[in-house]
Design a protein around this ligand. Structure first.
Ligand SMILES: O=c1ccn([C@H]2C[C@H](O)[C@@H](COP(=O)(O)OP(=O)(O)OP(=O)(O)O)O2)c(=O)[nH]1
Ligand SMILES: [Mg+2]
Length: 173
C-alpha cells in the first residue's frame, strides 16, 4: 500500500491481541474495517451490540463515525441501527457496533473476527449557539420533509395521490 498523505495520528488500544490494527484496504478509502470479537447469529429483525476489540483516543476536533459495510447490507440486509454511530474524541471505551438484521427471511451469522463495519475519522467543527428571536431569511425557509415534491409527506398524506412510492420521484421529472 502506498504512503498516506498527511495522516492524522490516532492512538489505538487493542483489547484483544488477535484483532488486527485497522488499516485502509486501498489508499483512497475513507474507512477502515472493524471486526467483531464475538460470533453471533441474528434472526430476521433481531439486533445486537457487537464488540470490536479496539478503543481509540482521537485528537480534539475529530470524531469517528461507525458506518455500515455496503457488501453486508446488499448481501445480508445487515444495517447499523444508529448509522452512522458517533465516537467522540473523548471516548476511551471499546468501540461497539449496533447491528440489525433487516432481511425478512434469512438469519445473518458472524464468526469471530469477521469485518462488520467501517470507521471513518473526520474533523468536526465546534460551534457556539447565539439565541435570537428571528432567524435570517433563506430561499428554502421552513420547507422540508418532501417540500420539493416527488414523494409522500411525512404526515402520512400522499399529497393528493392514492399511493406513495419512491418511483413518483422519477415520474415527477
Ligand atoms: O456506534 C457507536 C456509537 C457510539 N459509541 C460510543 C462512542 C461514543 O462516544 C459513545 C456515546 O455515543 P452517543 O453519544 O451516540 O450515545 P448516547 O446514547 O448519547 O450516550 P452518552 O449519553 O454516553 O453520550 O458511545 C460506539 O462505541 N459505537
Ligand atoms: Mg451522547
Amino acid at each position: 500500500m502506498s504512503q498516506l498523505r498527511n495522516p492524522v495520528d490516532v492512538l489505538l488500544r487493542r483489547l484483544d491481541p488477535d484483532v488486527p490494527v485497522p488499516s485502509y484496504a486501498h489508499p483512497g478509502d475513507a474507512g477502515v474495517d472493524l471486526v467483531t470479537t464475538e460470533a453471533a447469529e441474528l434472526a430476521p429483525g433481531e439486533r445486537t451490540v457487537l464488540a470490536t476489540g479496539v478503543s481509540i483516543a482521537l485528537p480534539d476536533g475529530y470524531a469517528a463515525f461507525v458506518h455500515p459495510r455496503s457488501g453486508l447490507a446488499a448481501r445480508c440486509g445487515l444495517a447499523l441501527v444508529n448509522a452512522p454511530g458517533t465516537v467522540d474524541a473523548g471516548y476511551r471505551g471499546e468501540i461497539k457496533v449496533i447491528v440489525v438484521n433487516l432481511d425478512p427471511r434469512e438469519s445473518v451469522r458472524f464468526e469471530k473476527y469477521d469485518r462488520i463495519a467501517q470507521l471513518v475519522v473526520q474533523q468536526v467543527e465546534k460551534v457556539r449557539f447565539h439565541e435570537v428571536a428571528e432567524l435570517p431569511g433563506s430561499a428554502r425557509a421552513e420547507g422540508g420533509f418532501g417540500s420539493t415534491g416527488g414523494h409522500a409527506a411525512v404526515d402520512g398524506s400522499t399529497g393528493g395521490n392514492e399511493y406513495a412510492s419512491v418511483g413518483r420521484d422519477r415520474e415527477g421529472q
